[in-house]
Design a protein around this ligand. Structure first.
Ligand SMILES: Nc1ncnc2c1ncn2[C@@H]1O[C@H](COP(=O)(O)OP(=O)(O)OP(=O)(O)O)[C@@H](O)[C@H]1O
Ligand SMILES: [Mg+2]
Length: 214
């Protein structure tokens, strides 16, 4: 099964990926947890290019770099793992491209859909958990995590994180549209709930999905 996590930076994706990985492993599943961009030697080099705050990258360049990283990860790691029968949990997948480069940066959504299909080799998640958080709350989490004074731009944040509050508002609105268009795949969860409550909602959704499949 391919399970993906989406949401703006600081929404709690990585926290939930680790919890879910442990939960599935306890049930005897073989689980691979990966985060985008990255996950292969080439994809990790692309990740560094994308997140380095001194790099000035155009929206089209950003789109193609994220997509190149995804193509590497899908073909070299995700597809082989799924064929082997493992569960794969992804911290971000192509919905991030639609939300960030489409709704956030303003690139054409039809073009993005085509590039997303190429980069993901047509692979569609079985289920996607979208953790919904206001950008202001996400920013507070980031700064308390790094023990920094609150500011909307900082050398301590990566290139994407330094894109500003309006950008993150567009990204969040974009995620809402994507969720509305894919109700059968995307489960929206209030990210202000406690990590344990969010984990419970996630495992309940997965149980319901498995019951439906059998
Ligand atoms: N449900 C929650 N309630 C309160 N704080 C949380 C919750 N989930 C995670 N956090 C805290 O918020 C911060 C961000 O969480 P996390 O790293 O899991 O988010 P993320 O979505 O993976 O962020 P990024 O996109 O930057 O990787 C961490 O300090 C984490 O401990
Ligand atoms: Mg994370």
């Amino acid at each position: 099964m391919l399970i993906t996590f989406e949401g703006i930076d600081g929404a709690g994706k990585s926290t939930q990926v680790m919890k879910l990985k442990r939960h599935l492993q306890e049930r005897g599943r073989e689980v691979l947890a990966l985060r985008e961009p990255g996950g292969t030697p080439v994809a990790e080099q692309i990740r560094e290019l994308l997140l380095e705050s001194r790099n000035d990258i155009t929206p089209a360049g950003e789109l193609l770099l994220f997509s190149a990283s995804r193509a590497e990860l899908v073909q070299q790691v995700i597809q082989p793992a799924l064929e082997h029968g493992s569960d794969v949990i992804l911290d971000r997948f192509y919905d991030s491209t639609t939300a960030y480069q489409g709704y956030g940066r303003g690139l054409d959504l039809g073009m993005l859909a085509e590039i997303n299909r190429i980069a993901s080799c047509g692979l569609v998640p079985d289920i996607t958990f979208y953790l919904d958080l206001m950008p202001e709350d996400a920013l507070m989490r980031k700064f308390s995590e790094k023990s920094l004074p609150l500011a909307f731009e900082s050398e301590e944040l990566d290139r994407m994180e330094n894109s500003g509050l309006d950008f993150y508002r567009r990204v969040r609105d974009g995620y809402h549209k994507i969720g509305g268009e894919n109700p059968e795949r995307i489960v929206m969860i209030d990210a202000l709930l406690s990590p344990a409550e969010i984990n419970r909602k996630i495992t309940e959704s997965l149980d319901a999905l498995c019951a439906k499949a059998h």
